[in-house]
Design a protein around this ligand. Structure first.
Ligand code: PEP
Ligand code: MG
Length: 588
């Protein structure tokens, strides 16, 4: 069957740069069964908790069985399984999951997934090897329980246990985010495009991906050797010896290039014509400060503070918040740390008892709206922030502002927090810069007015795109419409930056749009002052900025503003900056 083994090149869309060579792992044509999040009714909570407990008991019994079957001479190897067994009895871990099911009224699979991720994240950035290995243990235990919850039929990306390249008809962002880096080298899909969230996640994970291949799942069979060239957007099936050697070489060069770019990441991001841009990192946990520093971040442009409010029945107290904020501020000093106040609800419900029953949570009691209804809680957060500001270079950022009243009200609460700290005799710093997220179209449209009230803007494109284009950022049915290059989005960003400049305040960007190097010519042309992104994206963004001239990008922007669709704009970017971009993503 000669035709079966003939080398074949499939052309797709570059989703994420890089090269990987390995065995194909086919996910069924309609995509995998992944862990979806869904709400359960109050009456169903007990049943859901029982379902979870049954899955745990089953997993524990299976493990006990396995341990019993370990032959005597290999007994010492069973220690790891004994550790897992202990984890299966860990009340804290399960208690958290059960609480999450009860409080947030969500399905057991999701509660397990979230708790596992949070627990793992706590261990991940710790250098101590013992603690690190605990993270892997937790994952194994969770996988076993998950297997029982979802049933054996489900193909669970998180459960893949060999080094493979995923071949799928389609992968949603949720599915992609479950990829385990030690298992999945890269992925390819029939569907999807460059600006999809799936490719954003692939780039964040730094694994090669080619999307939009049309019929890869019909052509490629399980265990076929394939080469994924994520930079060129091609996949080679049944590569010949010569091709393998060539790509092996290319992969090495790519890795080298990436290492070189990482090495230069400590240098400032200065354009060809000498303009410096501040490139900062987005974090959720103090542990992530290390990643920002290692990738050459010039500060923290977005510290999402939701984490400490999750999985508990009460709000965290001031001391707990202060300890974390202070740690981050001190670690980063003298660089800035932008602490964003609590941004919950919407797609980030945290406390069931506090979560309103809303038909449209994204348009509901979210972020600043929720906080302003809980002034006591909000004041506690500000007291912690102002106290931490005495120990570093702290700024505060308010999410989801839609109008001036919200700013007025919040500033009052900040003043009250400062007054009470003064009375209590704590060291604090009231003199901190206060900024707002521009992520609701109404705020963008009145940016010229809001600029008088705050010290800086930070554009949150993840939500700005969602609200401007009326696309639920979590709904995959409309994900194809989610595009940061939509002319309306570009105009809005320009309007905000111009308004800021007129009033002499700086505009940053901390949404995903900032992390994609193909957007840089536009953002630099618009005159954005600073960008903040996932730490792994910092080196390539800095590197790319060094290859662009601001004065040229201003001329380029004029052309961009004439385009009437995102696709045309993308084409213009590729035509004008294609070569620079390709070089910028480590490829030779
Ligand atoms: C955004 O909306 O762009 C943003 C950065 O905030 P989040 O993703 O946390 O909503
Ligand atoms: Mg947002």
């Amino acid at each position: 069957m000669q035709s079966d083994v003939r080398e074949m090149i499939l052309k797709g869309i570059s989703g994420s740069p890089g090269i990987c060579i390995g065995k194909a792992y086919l996910v069924d044509k309609e995509g995998v069964d992944v862990i979806e999040k869904y709400s359960i009714s109050p009456e169903a909570v007990r049943k859901e908790v029982d379902r979870f407990k049954t899955a745990v008991t089953k997993a524990r019994n299976e493990l006990e069985d396995t341990i019993k079957r370990v032959p005597e001479e290999l007994r010492h190897h069973a220690a790891i399984l004994e550790t897992h067994l202990l984890l299966h009895k860990d009340k804290m871990f399960y208690g958290k999951i059960i609480d999450m099911i009860k409080i947030r009224m969500i399905n057991a699979e999701w509660a397990l997934k979230e708790t596992t991720a949070q627990t793992k994240a706590m261990f991940n950035d710790i250098s101590d090897p013992y603690l690190k290995s605990r993270a892997a243990d937790i994952e194994h235990v969770a996988e076993r329980i998950m297997g029982n919850l979802v049933g054996i039929k489900a193909v669970n990306i998180a459960g893949i246990d060999k080094r493979v390249i995923l071949v799928a008809h389609n992968l949603s962002p949720a599915q992609t985010s479950q990829i385990q880096l030690e298992k999945v080298m890269g992925f390819i899909t029939d569907r999807g495009g460059r600006a999809s969230h799936t490719s954003i996640i692939a780039r964040t994970l730094e694994i090669p991906a080619v999307l939009g291949l049309d019929n890869a799942t019909s052509i490629i069979k399980n265990d076929n050797i394939i080469i994924v060239d994520g930079t060129a957007g091609i996949v080679i099936v049944h590569p010949e010896e010569e091709t393998l050697i060539r790509y092996d070489e290319l992969a090495k060069k790519y890795a080298q290039r990436k290492a070189d770019i990482l090495r230069t990441s400590v240098r400032p991001a200065e354009s060809i014509d000498g303009q410096a841009f501040s490139i900062m990192g987005n974090i959720e946990l103090p542990e992530e400060v290390v990643a920002v520093k290692d990738h050459g971040g010039d500060g923290i442009g977005l510290y999402r503070t939701e984490f400490l409010y999750m999985n508990r029945d009460t709000f965290p107290d001031e001391q707990e918040l202060f300890n974390q904020y202070k740690e981050v501020a001190e670690l980063m000093y003298p660089q800035p740390v932008t602490i964003r106040t609590l941004d919950v609800n919407g797609d980030k419900a945290i406390l069931g008892m506090e979560t309103p029953d809303e038909a449209n949570p994204a348009l509901g009691l979210r972020a600043i709206r929720f906080c302003l209804q809980k002034p006591g809680m909000f004041k506690t957060q500000f007291r912690a922030i102002l106290r931490a500001a005495a120990f570093g270079n702290v700024r505060v950022l308010l999410p989801m502002i839609s109008g001036s009243e919200e700013i007025h009200e919040t500033l009052k609460i900040i003043d009250q927090a400062a007054e009470s700290l003064e009375k209590d005799g704590f060291p604090y710093n009231r003199n901190i810069k206060t900024g707002i997220m521009i992520e609701v179209p109404s705020a963008a449209i009145i940016a010229d007015q809001l600029a008088d009230m705050v010290d800086f803007f930070s554009i949150g494109t993840n939500d700005l795109v969602q609200y401007t284009l009326a696309i639920d950022r979590g709904n995959r049915q409309v994900a194809y419409l989610y595009n940061t290059l939509h002319p309306a989005v570009i105009r809005m960003i320009k309007f905000v930056v111009d308004a800021g400049k007129k009033k002499q305040i700086k505009t940053f960007m901390c949404g995903e749009m900032a992390a994609e190097i193909f957007n840089l010519p536009i953002l630099m042309g618009i005159g954005i002052d600073a960008l903040s992104m996932a730490p792994q994206s910092i080196p390539s963004v800095k590197n790319m900025i060094r290859k662009i001239s601001v004065s040229e990008s201003r001329l380029f922007l004029k052309e961009v503003l004439k385009q009437t669709s995102a696709a045309d704009t993308m084409q213009l970017i590729t035509d004008t900056y294609g070569k620079t971009l390709t070089n910028g993503i480590y490829h030779t």
